[in-house]
Write a protein that binds this ligand. Sequence first.
Ligand SMILES: *Cc1c(COP(=O)(O)O)cnc(C)c1O
Length: 390
Amino acid sequence: MTAKKPPVLTLSAGPVQSYPNVLQAMARPIGYDFDPSFQAFYEETAHKCGRAMRQDEPALILQAEPAVAIEAAAASLISADDVVLNLASGVYGKGFGYWSARYHKSMVEIEVPFNDAISPAAVEAALNDHPEISVVSVVHHDTPSGTLNPIVDIGRLVADHGALLIVDAVSSFGGMDIHPGDCHADIFITGPGKCMGGTPGITFVAVSQAAWEHMERNPAAPRASALSYLDWRNAWSRSAPFPFTPSTAEVCGLAEAVDHYFREGPEEVWRRHALTARACREGLKASGATLWAAREEIASPTTTAIAVPEGLKDTDIFDVARRDYGVVMSLGRGATAGKLMRIGHMGPTAEPAFALIAVAAMGGAMRKLGFPADVGKGVEAALAVIDDQE
Ligand SMILES: *Cc1c(COP(=O)(O)O)cnc(C)c1O
């Protein structure tokens, strides 16, 4: 397989292969955004996204990739009077603190090694030590680590404290049972480009009444800006104008991704994500690899990360798997780059059959590079997890 030829199979942790019906929806003719039919469609889509998140309100749709929407949450919500508690268990969690720093009064940070998770007890202690904390930020699934934070427990503590909670659920929502109401989130950010099998250029967000009020009171909350939540607050309504042109094709794709989720049934979608991840973990362990997560309970059902074995290079594993098997997997990112390899189980790739391919490709590549991977044992272990299902 040459570099020019696209891979046979992409098992990345985002962006992911999209469902064909999502791509077809994006190819619909583009209409005028102020045409009543598009405005009605946009309103329906906002309600649909709200329902997917089990909210009564329509979702806020933002015309940008989720990273921009997370930066915009910092800009819009965090005022010069706010004391932020930032929870960092990975690259995205740590990164939020840098955005927050542009706006907040001060910040308390809990940082754990990037193979670990934030403990609710540490959050409770920080909230007790700093009663002035008014905003808390957490990433549910820090994708470059493939690990989950216990946001239901964290959310309860934050709610009891009376602070506002920002949750980055970009790579967990849609792939597992988590919704803004489950974790008392005031801003819950996600998008179709990971577990929903859509494309990565659009975001939807659940925003609580308290968060809107906080933004309205924030004199520095951006207006007429790509970082503004307030500009788009009412854009869901067919009778309100768009601040600027919405990403019409991405809106069509988003609507179809959410329809796909409902048609299949959320429980079934979560089930195949969890099963694929379990088959991958068992397969990789049996082949001799070491999971990156410090404890298996915190390993994500939407991404499986293994430590790069001593003496091997991540980019070599990537290259061999791609060149010889046509399979693309994710590298680490930022602080986890070079230390781990990741297999995404998101949307269309959250299928147990892909766990067999991933285990074989990962093991095969590592074996070629001199690591004594037992590929046969790995594939058998993955198969046993799948067979156990029936
Ligand atoms: C993918 C992802 C994002 C968004 O990043 P983009 O670069 O906009 O795709 C944000 N947070 C997490 C945890 C993610 O996995």
